[in-house]
Design a protein around this ligand. Structure first.
Ligand SMILES: [Zn+2]
Length: 202
């Protein structure tokens, strides 16, 4: 099934979290699905992320030479990022060292073999004049999350990971317009109908 890469799919607040969120409804074996199941989608994700993540990327475009070749590297970064930071988000920003080696190895594979670039604190992704390989950018984005673990949250509606940039750090939803409204609609529905008639499959 072709994916429409809308802004909502980039609600994670960081490229690496948007990638982690390409697995929908994690933890729900009956309904979960993978938007990267067709590797061709990886290239379309990169194209959309170049636009929606332009601020994080410092305006550097993402490049995908061959989605089938990089798929294993991309998926390894995606899965280890999700595992490490989902655990951290659930534990108020605490990281367990047991989850680090696989994550760091996946990030290393994303960076290996690509042209070196300078990671300045305010310009993590290097010079925007040339494109950066998606897997290298994913690695940089994922590693940058290590310094922001206290702000990582799990959306109460869709289970996505996101960075909470609210002033008091109390955001509950990845995207207020989508998940926030769904929760509100559900509460409204509950008030009017008996709970037994409820349909939670939003
Ligand atoms: Zn959500």
């Amino acid at each position: 099934m072709a994916v429409t890469w809308t802004q909502h799919r980039f609600s994670g607040g960081a490229l690496a979290l948007d990638a982690a969120n390409t697995v929908v409804l994690r933890g729900d074996a009956a309904r979960t699905f993978d938007r990267f199941e067709d590797p061709a989608e990886i290239a379309l994700f990169a194209e959309a992320a170049t636009n929606f993540r332009a601020e994080e990327l410092g305006g550097r475009a993402l490049a995908v030479a061959d989605p089938h070749r990089i798929a294993p590297t991309v998926l390894a970064i995606r899965e280890t990022t999700d595992e490490l930071f989902r655990e951290a988000a659930a534990a108020e920003g605490t990281i367990r060292t047991a989850s680090l080696p696989a994550f760091l190895e996946a990030c290393a594979a994303g960076l290996r073999g690509h042209a070196s670039f300078a990671m300045a604190p305010e310009k993590l992704f290097g010079d925007p004049e040339t494109p950066i390989a998606l897997e290298a950018a994913l690695a940089v984005s994922a590693l940058s999350l290590l310094s922001r673990v206290r702000r990582l949250r799990i959306c109460r509606n869709c289970n996505w990971l996101f960075i909470d940039r609210s002033r008091n750090g109390s955001r509950l939803w990845c995207d207020m317009a989508v998940c926030g409204n769904r929760q509100k609609a559900r509460r409204h529905y509950r008030r009017r109908k008996p709970v037994t008639e409820e349909h939670e499959h939003a």
